[in-house]
Design a protein around this ligand. Sequence first.
Ligand SMILES: CC(C)(COP(=O)(O)OP(=O)(O)OC[C@H]1O[C@@H](n2cnc3c(N)ncnc32)[C@H](O)[C@@H]1OP(=O)(O)O)[C@@H](O)C(=O)NCCC(=O)NCCS
Length: 168
Amino acid sequence: MSPTFTISDLRQCPQFIDTVADRVWQAWWRDSGHPLSLISGRLRDENLNANPLPFALVAHDGEAFLGTASVIASDLAERPQWTPWIAAVWVEPEARRRGVGGALVNQATRDCFALGFGRTYLCARATLSAYYERLGWTPIERDVGPRRLSVSIRDANPQAGPINRSRP
Ligand SMILES: CC(C)(COP(=O)(O)OP(=O)(O)OC[C@H]1O[C@@H](n2cnc3c(N)ncnc32)[C@H](O)[C@@H]1OP(=O)(O)O)[C@@H](O)C(=O)NCCC(=O)NCCS
């Protein structure tokens, strides 16, 4: 069954910027005391210009926001030599388990390869490693930094196989 959602670059649908900022803030920044304005300001300043990185993707069904993922130059202070990173993958609770998260990650990965990067990185809690492995990612490190994150990679090398465009 074909998906009933679209994935757009935030530059093409800036009406979602406040929603993206809110979800990213709630999931990853609020508890550490950072203000929402910091995240919305960064998104506006860094993700709407012509620079290739960073960028944010939005999954939506028309004007209904379903989820988001970002691509940023650096996501793990302990591994500053690696770039780019897929980060801040978020799907609205009521839209989960329909392939939206997988489609966002796959699109972000394809966009990185299209920009000329041969390898993409992501870090996640160990409990999410299996999720990314199902999407074709390879775990390369565990327990990195104080948050004990796992690092996974995806290579553009065709020998690694095509990226699944449909449901994971
Ligand atoms: C993780 C997340 C992005 C997945 O989005 P999604 O749209 O539901 O993902 P998909 O539909 O592509 O894949 C769903 C599959 O992933 C699995 N999955 C989802 N969340 C998982 C988790 N936390 N751990 C392990 N597997 C998970 C489900 O079991 C499901 O498989 P199933 O339907 O066969 O049971 C979503 O749950 C989310 O936004 N979570 C909160 C934010 C977060 O943790 N983001 C990841 C940061 S690295």
